[in-house]
Design a protein. Structure first.
Length: 190
């Protein structure tokens, strides 16, 4: 099994690029953001807990997303691998992922990182707010907190995967097609 971590700041284009990646490499797309949003719309206890945190631009607890990912690993069959989008987002989550995979003698194949400057994050999310209507995109102070949280808690993963020799950075600035070609060129090597 291949395990790809699709990494990048909020608004980097992870969700946008994931579709063509899963199709080309026959992967299962696991987006913790999307899984949490469906818990919220289903009104589950987990969704209720997550809603307040997400709408303030904070992360949900590590154990919550780790549990969601591990149960998908068990239940999804007939794929060549997984594309993890928005997970891991903290060093603790990355260590938990390594531990989950190690139980079966497996490991993260590669971390594919879409990089864009902070100014572009704000521009893209402001644009998306009008289209997708996500509550956490609508308020500038919430977006600001998400960017801050990214730098404080998520960015250290770059060094984590670099040290493991698994870090592959892609320039996320450009058209959707341009970025997609860059990703394919890199991933065709794995
Ligand atoms: P992108 O725009 O690239 O899709 P994003 O940061 O805008 O990324 P999601 O990945 O959809 O959005 O995540 C939305 C919210 O869900 C996060 O701000 C966070 O509150 C919560 N969340 C998602 N994944 C995790 C995670 N692995 N750990 C903790 N919280 C998470
Ligand atoms: Mg997303």
């Amino acid at each position: 099994m291949k395990y790809y971590v699709l990494f990048g700041p909020p608004g980097a284009g992870k969700g946008t690029q994931a579709g063509s990646m899963v199709e080309r490499y026959q992967l299962c797309h696991l987006s913790t953001g999307e899984l949490l949003r469906s818990e919220i719309s289903a009104g589950t206890p987990l969704g209720l807990q997550a809603k307040t945190l997400i709408e303030a631009g904070n992360l949900v607890p590590d154990e919550v997303v780790e549990g969601m990912i591990e149960s998908k690993f068990r239940s999804v069959k007939n794929v060549k691998g997984f594309l993890l989008d928005g997970f891991p987002r903290t060093i603790a989550q990355a260590e938990a992922l390594d531990a989950m995979l190690a139980k079966n003698g497996e490991a993260v194949t590669a971390c594919v990182s879409l990089m864009i400057p902070d100014a572009l994050i704000h521009e893209r999310i402001a644009h998306r707010a009008n289209i997708e209507g996500r509550a956490d995109d609508a308020r500038p102070e919430v977006v600001e907190n998400r960017v801050k949280t990214y730098h404080a808690k998520t960015e250290p993963l770059i060094e984590f995967y670099r040290k493991a020799g698994r870090y592959h950075e892609i320039d996320g600035v450009g058209t959707i097609e341009e970025v997609r070609e860059r990703i394919f060129t890199e991933m065709d090597k794995f």
